[in-house]
Ligand binder design. Structure first.
Ligand code: SF4
Length: 252
């Protein structure tokens, strides 16, 4: 079963394609929790759930009541009719972790039809779940933003950094880039070493560093120290434009 949390037409706020008009599909569920990011949200049942800035799309136990179960690819495709879109538009598949659905026939059919209609697909993924590019060649037409989790996520190393997965995706996808979420307290030599060790799995893949934060204030507090880190190491800084503009609002 595929769960859709929300969809919205906006601009891409992060990474290499920042500013590009994009239709976002946010899918429910993730193979991680990333409680180290320190964001939290109170669920309808009154429980305060700790996690990342999209904890409402990660935690099935407390938030799935608001997720829409999808049983046919047409249900996802019909979302495009709800918006006035250009003939071909960037489609961003995010979450949660969209690749938990990588082998679902409905999901693969959805990708194939989007591509046949001329849309460009970008996955926002944590880069820990493998993709079978030979069995499902449609994934070779997709772009992957590899948001590999660092130690500040509090996820175990063996779970968050899968060198074989990173290499496979970066070698087979149409385009791929690394996108790391970093807060000012994590900027140290250990962080630098970790980014370099991740990049070793795909040395030509460009690195974008963006400030941790689910609110404008958090993003702003982490921005300047991160820019200094990027200047020193030669990484690209990526803003989180949507949070800077719309703060903690969802669906924008
Ligand atoms: S992998 Fe991404 S979506 Fe999943 S918990 Fe971590 S930050 Fe959130």
């Amino acid at each position: 079963m595929i769960y859709l949390v929300e969809h919205f037409y906006s601009i891409q706020g992060e990474g290499r394609y920042v500013g590009t008009p994009s239709l976002f599909f946010r899918f429910g569920g993730c193979n991680m929790r990333c409680e180290g990011f320190g964001c939290s949200e109170v669920a309808q049942d009154g429980v305060k759930v700790l996690g990342c800035d999209t904890v409402y799309a990660v935690n099935k136990e407390h938030f799935a009541h608001g997720w829409v179960p999808i049983t046919r690819a047409e249900e996802l495709l019909s979302v495009l009719d709800l918006y006035e879109l250009p003939n071909s538009v960037d489609i961003v598949l995010t979450g949660g972790e969209p690749l938990i659905y990588v082998n679902e026939p409905i999901f693969v059919e959805f990708l194939e039809k989007l591509t046949a209609f001329g849309h460009q697909i970008t996955f926002e993924t944590n880069g820990s779940l493998n993709v079978d590019f030979e069995k499902y060649p449609i994934y070779k037409e997709c772009i992957f933003a590899l948001s590999v989790k660092l130690a500040n996520s509090n996820e175990p190393l063996a779970k968050r950094v899968r060198g074989d997965v990173i290499y496979n995706i970066a070698s087979n996808a149409k385009d791929a880039f690394f996108k790391f979420s970093i807060d000012r307290d994590s900027i140290n030599i250990a962080l630098e070493d970790e980014i370099q060790s991740i990049q070793l799995h795909s040395p030509k893949t460009k690195v974008y560093c963006m400030p941790v934060g689910g609110t404008k204030a958090e993003v702003e507090a982490n921005t300047e120290p991160l820019i200094e880190f990027c200047k020193a190491k030669g990484y690209n800084f990526s803003d989180r434009l949507h949070i800077r503009i719309w703060d903690a609002n969802k669906g924008v």
